[in-house]
Design a binder for this molecule. Sequence first.
Ligand SMILES: [Zn+2]
Length: 187
Amino acid sequence: MNNKINLLDVVAEESVESPLELVRLGSDENAIIPFTVDSEAVDLHYCSETEINSYVVCNGLDCLLCRIGRKRDQRLLLPVYLPAASCIGILPVSRSLRPYALLPQISNVLKAEKTMVLFITRDGAKYTVTTAELQKDVDGGETLIKRFLDDYEAGLHDLSTVYPRIDNEQLASVEGIGQMMRLKGIS
Ligand SMILES: [Zn+2]
């Protein structure tokens, strides 16, 4: 029996398994450094039922939440660096281009050639973004960003894992959802 374990492999696995953090914007300022224009689209449903109380990933063609008429929201998931926590975060951005939406404000910053820090607060659908140039003595996360991009390119990160996936069977066992199924005659 071969019970040798290569420590470097263990560390490599650990680093990949470390979950990505979902950036939750609110009334406190969040500091964010964008480093890529490449985002991933994901379809979500909001489930207010106490058992779930969060966005969950749409189950696709036979999705139960789609069938009971639950609205589908698309988000673009953008990897960003969070300098306050020194980690990579996933920022969900809607496709809205309305005034005060997040996407037009972020895209303006991404067009700049310099590394910028964004300070973002959110009040409902209204986002307030202020910016500052990254000061020379502040860690811009270059090492972490490079490692993330290498791992991402190698297919080691699925950004949508920041949201829970719940299969149709489990969803059907949630009371509010099961009730809608019975009302609509869905088995
Ligand atoms: Zn769905």
